[in-house]
Design a protein around this ligand. Sequence first.
Ligand SMILES: C[S@@+](CC[C@H](N)C(=O)[O-])C[C@H]1O[C@@H](n2cnc3c(N)ncnc32)[C@H](O)[C@@H]1O
Length: 285
Amino acid sequence: MKTWQELLSLGGAYLDGKGVPDAAVAMELLMARLLKCGRGFLSPHLAKVPEERFVAALRRGMARLVAGEPIQYVLGEWDFRSLTLACDRRALIPRPETEELVTRVLAFAKTLDRARPFVVDVGTGSGCIVLSLAREMADGIFLGIDISADAIALATENAVRCGLSDKVRFAVTDGLDDFDEPETVDILVSNPPYIPTADCATLDPRIRNFEPMNALDGGREGLDFYDRLIEDALNVLRPGGGVFFEIGDGQGPALQKRLFNAGFDGIRIESDYAGHDRYASAVRP
Ligand SMILES: C[S@@+](CC[C@H](N)C(=O)[O-])C[C@H]1O[C@@H](n2cnc3c(N)ncnc32)[C@H](O)[C@@H]1O
């Protein structure tokens, strides 16, 4: 009979030996999930001996980690800004860089002089972007779309889970092909698939084997979706409306050129904390 502390130490060493990244943290997260507490609140439990069902659940979680599954999917939920979202293989794992994309959109939203701005998130996945905007903006009309019915099912569950289902609509559509409300959108935001097709095969197996490929593969140069979305943005944005993209490292110059050629104003290419091109934004004149 081992205590939580002993399981934590033994399990961490075992996962580390199997090549699981950040093994000690992964063990703490698994335990915290089982104990329904934050990772920083494990200490009152550590000297106790867990019930057998907890040990069995811990073993199942560890086996999934050893098989290469990302910790976020094993836990089944993950934090994004102020929200705790359900997280599974139906959609991309929400990333910290994308939290910063939301920060940029929020800053722009404050400059709009319209009540209830219309916000559309293309490729919504788990719904992390549009749900955060709905939570953090004073008001607005919020729509999340995705080509994946699985992703939209997850995003819809997340809206319910976050108490935002009255504020956010979701739809399964291929890009903005079915969108027939020209010049109505105030903010078009997207974190589209942007990895060049050839690079998808060399991605970390934890990404390649578990996250949906249609959330990753952005075509030959990784730019296919931007070409589509920039053209769509010219059609759906009101004059003065803003387009906000997450982009891949090194894609800044290509986005700058495309937005410029399309006639956008106020083009900004910005880096993430690691210094990589990560955000492109512009305003429709
Ligand atoms: C990089 S993921 C982003 C998911 C989520 N917005 C996030 O930031 O975590 C891209 C999303 O675009 C969706 N997608 C791919 N092709 C699409 C298309 N033609 N139309 C709409 N969505 C698409 C994928 O299903 C995926 O959910």
